[in-house]
Design a protein around this ligand. Structure first.
Ligand code: 6PG
Length: 235
């Protein structure tokens, strides 16, 4: 179970945005000071976009920062569902290196192996993995379904796998590639950003249930041994 989970609650979106931007900027700058480079994983979906847009305005040496999506949908980069396209549009103009983890492999399992091979070349572990969470308790693209156990832990050196969610999530009903729970747990820092009472209730239950949770986020958090900051926008 995560050493400790610390909740940071906000009533106003701009306060949550400022808090997340401040903390992520500090993590990146600390990594640059310590190692001259930073590797960060950002989530897809709708919640992070305004935060990422504000973060990109921070005065950071972006050319020494590598950004990967925590997960991505297996769609072309010109598809509005593409997470890496959303991240690239914001950070490539700042000079950051944004790396896709998708490929046009026909089969989602092959796409997972290709993602894993791509991540094998990176300085590991990530300095930060920033997660979102769906109302069904998925995080990254670790979803209930036939690939759940493999996505949580496919083995010590497996950093990414392919996933066919079952049921397919209505907001993005496609197969995906995702960081594994093991890869997420390897990060120097992990944080979660969610909004709304429904997600908060799911997350509180998942934390309570830990490794036995039916919610993937509970299983993933159970693997993390560093403190996890949770930023929650209350509606
Ligand atoms: C994705 C994300 C995913 C996301 C949740 C929440 O590709 O869908 O990485 O894990 O964080 O689905 O998405 P929202 O923030 O849009 O609710």
């Amino acid at each position: 179970m995560a050493e400790e989970v610390e909740w940071w609650e906000f009533d106003a979106a701009e306060d949550l945005i400022d808090a997340v931007v401040g903390d992520v900027s500090f993590i990146i700058e600390s990594a640059l000071d310590a190692r001259g480079q930073a590797l960060v994983a950002f989530p897809g979906g709708s919640t992070p976009k305004p935060i990422l847009e504000k973060l990109a305005q921070s005065n950071i040496r972006w050319k020494n920062v590598t950004i990967i999506p925590t997960d991505d949908r297996l769609v072309a980069v010109d598809n509005p569902l593409s997470n890496v396209a959303m991240i690239a549009k914001i950070f490539i103009p700042k000079g950051a290196r944004v790396l896709p983890i998708t490929s046009d492999a026909a089969d989602y399992k092959l796409a997972g192996s290709a993602a894993n091979a791509r991540l094998a070349d990176l300085h590991w572990p990530p300095d930060l993995v920033w997660l979102g969470m769906g109302a069904d308790g998925h995080t990254a693209s670790i979803f209930p379904g036939p690939d759940l156990e493999n996505a949580i832990d496919a083995g010590k050196d497996v950093r990414a796998v392919g996933v066919a969610p079952d049921p397919l999530p209505p907001e993005a009903p496609v197969n995906r590639v995702t960081l594994t729970g093991t890869a997420i747990a390897a990060a120097r820092t992990t944080m979660l950003v969610i909004s709304g009472a429904e997600k908060r209730k799911v997350l509180e239950a998942a934390i309570e249930q830990g490794g036995k949770s039916a919610y993937p986020v509970g299983r993933v958090l159970d693997k993390i041994s560093v403190p996890v900051d949770i930023y929650c926008l209350d509606d």
